[in-house]
Design a protein around this ligand. Structure first.
Ligand code: GAR
Length: 195
């Protein structure tokens, strides 16, 4: 069974949904490690509760990004991780990790990329008056939310949507889409997954 490391910086609700799917055997992979760059993030408590090992390190405690990523890489090697899944990891992946995990790092983003990349995609969609936004899963490259798209799903923005209501719809979509896409990817599907 493939071993997945989830990288998260905050709440970790996507991390939780992957743990739950894996437990229910709806995801044929083991969620084997949490990598978290923010000590105190709620994702760490989720890992503890699930009995999933976590590697928590603050990049500012390292000389530079390369040193930080080398420490992460060592941990991934120790745990024999096959695949990296970014889930609210608010940091660009650098060459140290990209080289070793080329084509094996995916990210989920709360918009229909290439629209609204970067931070606060939900706020950006509301500010732009978009009537439709959504969720995108893509391979990770050196850019900000720029790698090849694997799957996307639309979410309607209603006139009376607030940030909270839109975020709720988007997260519900994420929690269903990400495990489904990962399951197909891990089974070797290279096709763009329509959803
Ligand atoms: C998710 O909505 C994810 O798409 C977003 O952060 C949230 C994390 O939520 N990621 C990005 O914006 C990446 N550019 P979670 O911690 O509850 O899973």
């Amino acid at each position: 069974m493939k071993k997945i490391a989830v990288f998260a910086s905050g709440n970790g609700s996507n991390f939780q949904s992957l743990i739950d799917f894996s437990r229910e055997e709806k995801l044929q992979a083991s969620i084997s490690l949490l990598v978290c760059d923010r000590p105190g993030a709620f994702a760490i408590e989720r890992a503890l509760a699930a009995g999933t090992p976590s590697f928590v390190a603050s990049p500012k405690d390292f000389a530079d990004k390369q040193a930080y990523e080398s420490a992460v890489l060592q941990e991934l090697r120790n745990e024999k991780i096959d695949f990296i899944v970014l889930a609210g990891y608010m940091r660009l992946i650098g060459p140290t990790l990209l080289r070793e995990y080329d084509g094996r790092i995916v990210n989920i983003h709360p918009s229909l990329l290439p629209a609204f990349p970067g931070k606060d995609a939900i706020g950006q969609a509301l500010a732009a008056g978009a009537s439709v936004t959504g969720v995108t899963v893509h391979f990770v490259d050196e850019g900000m939310d720029t790698g090849p798209i694997i799957a996307s799903r639309e979410v309607a923005v209603d006139n009376n949507d607030t940030r909270e209501s839109l975020q709720k719809k988007i997260q519900e979509t994420e929690h269903a889409l990400y495990p489904a896409v990962l399951e197909k990817l891990l089974n070797g599907s290279k096709e763009r997954i329509e959803s």
